[in-house]
Design a protein around this ligand. Sequence first.
Ligand SMILES: NC(=O)C1=CN([C@@H]2O[C@H](COP(=O)(O)OP(=O)(O)OC[C@H]3O[C@@H](n4cnc5c(N)ncnc54)[C@H](OP(=O)(O)O)[C@@H]3O)[C@@H](O)[C@H]2O)C=CC1
Ligand SMILES: CCCCC/C=C\CC(=O)/C=C/C=C/C=C/[C@@H](O)CCCC(=O)O
Length: 335
Amino acid sequence: MVKAKVWTLRKYFVGFPKESDFELKEETLPEIQNGEVLLEAVFLSLDPYMRAVSSALMKEGDVMIGAQVAKVLQSKNPAFPVGCYVVAPGGWRTHSVTDGKAIFSLDMARVHPDWPKDVPLSLAVGALGMPGLAALYGLEEILQVKPGEIVLVSAAAGAVGTMVGQICKIKGCKVVGSAGSEEKVAYLKELGFDYVFNYKTITSLDEALKQASPEGYDCYFENVGGAFFTAALNQMRPRGRIAVCGAISLYNNTTPQMCPFPHMAMLAKSIRMEGFQVNQWPEKDEASVKRLLTWLKEGRLKVKENVTVGFEKMPAAFLQMLKGTELGKAVVKVE
Ligand SMILES: NC(=O)C1=CN([C@@H]2O[C@H](COP(=O)(O)OP(=O)(O)OC[C@H]3O[C@@H](n4cnc5c(N)ncnc54)[C@H](OP(=O)(O)O)[C@@H]3O)[C@@H](O)[C@H]2O)C=CC1
Ligand SMILES: CCCCC/C=C\CC(=O)/C=C/C=C/C=C/[C@@H](O)CCCC(=O)O
């Protein structure tokens, strides 16, 4: 009989989450049934959506949702044989019995069969997984960026933003990014961003956006929402496009956002704005991961991870990720 350690949502988050909102428990797992597998987690992903959807998708006492890279220990599902590695929506668990169906987004998938031995498996929940795919689909499916266009991305030093900027350069765009520390600004310049500014130290967001691109922006890859969105909207060029990937500045709000309504600015310049979820193009995922892997091997993509070791540190690492001060995709290595 396999015992799993699990982190549950003890109390719904109010404002910024606290360590006391979580509780570590032990679960005895059932025998696997037809179509199911027994998984052992290797890396667990920590992502902002876990805060954003916590009250909509979880009840108090539920295991925290989330994706993990896991090894198949037992299998009654021929698509996932024993010994293979998968990216599974297993939640914050060391072990799980699952049919691989996600509560929120992407179903279980095998780590790409061409995954090279020298590429860390943790990237399957990072640059070469959900955040990398969100960047790629936001740019290709929603914004449909073209060479020579000017793209703005907020939260540019995050897991998604770093990929957005680098893919923009691969596609021949000019890319402007915003980030919240000098260390992040320097890193984004290293990655090839054309212009980066620290949104925490400027005196006027409008002026900073104008200075970064006096001719305005064809595309805005939106990750933060709030006042940054309003300022960015005002700097869009006629027929500009906005992809709403996230709104991280709003996730801990306890009252609805109050900011200027976008209608007049959108009307005046015929702006198109579209939200999206990374799971909208499942038929493209395998080929897309392969493209990201190729770009990585060619040295056209650089990646950084912030790995915390120890399953018991999940809540602390989650809070650290939400603070947004660290560089690199937040991942927990089980041991
Ligand atoms: N639609 C989809 O399918 C997907 C959407 N997302 C969304 O993409 C966005 C980025 O995610 P990801 O890159 O994985 O996250 P990361 O945790 O890697 O980075 C997020 C960054 O956001 C910035 N940030 C944090 N709090 C605030 C705040 N209050 N105001 C402004 N910026 C803040 C921080 O950088 P700094 O403040 O230094 O700039 C932080 O590093 C999120 O909104 C997420 O929900 C992610 C994946 C899929
Ligand atoms: C309910 C309103 C939607 C709000 C969306 C919030 C933020 C956007 C975002 O960050 C989306 C992220 C998508 C993540 C997908 C994760 C999957 O790989 C794993 C899901 C785990 C599970 O389903 O159990």
